[in-house]
Design a protein around this ligand. Structure first.
Ligand code: SR1
Ligand code: MG
Length: 408
């Protein structure tokens, strides 16, 4: 009998004891150090370290309720995350942390400690550049999305994966937080920055044509079981080092529209753009940083297009999908979805409950007001004109044009 035979919510001391008992990595070494380092809304994240040998591990631990106490989610997300991380590790080697152990009883996922990496969102807010980012993240998306299309993989196997990764509770969060609440505030949970209250009332709550397009995008999210997507690929789910990129946190993974991942990455790069545009002083540093962000956004989209097309051509299995023109039609639909998703991600992070530090950390009220308006107006263009967002530069042109229209 062990105290870990039944699920309970662990403390730091429990997690240290658990790691010593459960993980061969520590080989029965002496007392382990543990700290809870999670800052998300959903799970508990422990870093356990052997102070003598120096080895360390991350244990992601799920309770039935969310960490923020706002909802009950059950435990399946922890299984999905463990399995998807392993699958992503096979499809895109080197771009996700190694999984050491998954324990369905304690709902614990033990994985590689990425303490030598940093969270992309905070690095971009510090105006740092990452030369590998566009190459690595486009690689991750092409290598995980293309092989899970059912014109590539065996269609029966794909349908088994659809069943295995049906993720109703986490999809419900996205359907509500991304595709509903920001437009209706029906749940009364939106967190509008007061100086933008009138702007949001007019541009977001009051725009029925926008609502119609978002309703169509929501339908796409709910019904387009296209590829096994990460499902939450924002800049807090990407860890970076100068020479390395790692994607974490695929607990929202399910069979959905491939553009959901691409759009999340691009939308989150736009937050970094807005932050830099309003917080950096005019001059060479700002110009160089905006140039780097522009080039990175363009490269993410263009490299994804290139890698998607060549992987699809190499891996396609469906006879009809080999028809001339099919691959570019498919990519075109994914790019339109990506623009729509970039837009809904930008709006929900400015208006909804799950906000981003890129915007909320801007201390100067006028600058934050401007950054949020830049994000929301750019988002609306992405959503309303998504069929024409076929190139990376469409996003950067939009950001520059909207900023100019706001008088900057
Ligand atoms: C209740 S969860 C809020 C948000 O955090 C996750 O990372 C997802 O983005 C979700 O929408
Ligand atoms: Mg997360």
């Amino acid at each position: 009998m062990s105290k870990f035979d039944h699920h309970f919510r662990m403390t730091e001391a429990d997690a240290a004891e658990y790691a010593a008992q459960r993980l061969p990595l520590f080989g029965g070494s002496g007392p382990l150090e543990c700290s809870e380092i999670g800052d998300g809304n959903i799970n508990y994240v422990f870093r356990v370290r052997d102070p003598i040998g120096g080895r360390s591990v991350i244990i992601k631990h799920a309770d039935a309720g969310t960490r923020s106490g706002s909802r009950v989610l059950g435990f399946d997300r922890n299984r999905i995350e463990a399995e998807i991380l392993k699958m992503e590790g096979e499809l895109a080697p080197g771009l996700v942390p190694a999984v050491y152990d998954y324990d369905p009883v304690m709902s614990c996922l033990s994985m590689e400690d990425l303490s030598d990496h940093r969270i992309l969102r905070y690095e971009l807010m510090a105006h740092k550049k990452f030369p590998r980012l566009a190459e690595d993240i486009s690689d991750f998306m092409a290598k995980t999305l293309v092989p899970t299309l059912d014109t590539v993989m065996d269609p029966a196997e794909k349908k088994e994966l659809v069943k295995r990764y049906t993720n109703p509770q986490l999809c419900a969060i996205t359907e509500q937080l991304v595709y509903t609440d920001p437009y209706t505030n029906a749940a009364g949970h939106n967190k509008v920055f007061p100086p933008n209250a009138d702007f949001v009332a007019g541009e977001i709550y009051g725009d029925s044509l926008l609502h119609l397009e978002v309703a169509k995008l929501k339908y796409q999210f709910m019904n387009n079981a296209q590829a096994l997507i990460h499902g939450d690929l924002h800049s807090g789910s990407i860890f970076v080092r100068e020479d390395s990129t790692k994607v974490i946190d695929p607990e929202f993974a399910f069979y959905g529209p491939a553009g959901y991942d691409v759009g999340n990455v691009v939308g989150n790069m736009c937050f970094a753009w807005a932050n830099a545009a309003v917080t950096m002083e005019r001059g060479k540093d700002r110009e160089e940083y905006i140039d780097w962000l522009d080039a990175t956004i363009v490269d993410i989209v263009e490299l994804f297009k290139k890698k998607f097309s060549s992987l699809f051509a190499a891996r396609i299995s469906d006879r009809m999908a080999m028809t001339e023109g099919y691959s570019s039609w498919l990519l075109g639909t994914i790019l339109a979805d990506s623009a729509g998703v970039a837009g809904v991600e930008m709006i929900r992070r400015a208006v909804g409950t799950a906000q981003v530090k890129d915007l909320t950390s801007i201390g100067d009220s006028a600058a934050r007001k401007l950054a949020e308006q830049l994000v929301m107006l750019s988002a609306k263009r992405c959503i309303m004109n998504r069929e024409s967002y076929t190139e990376g530069r469409n996003y950067t042109d939009t950001l520059h044009e909207v900023l100019k229209s706001l008088g900057r």
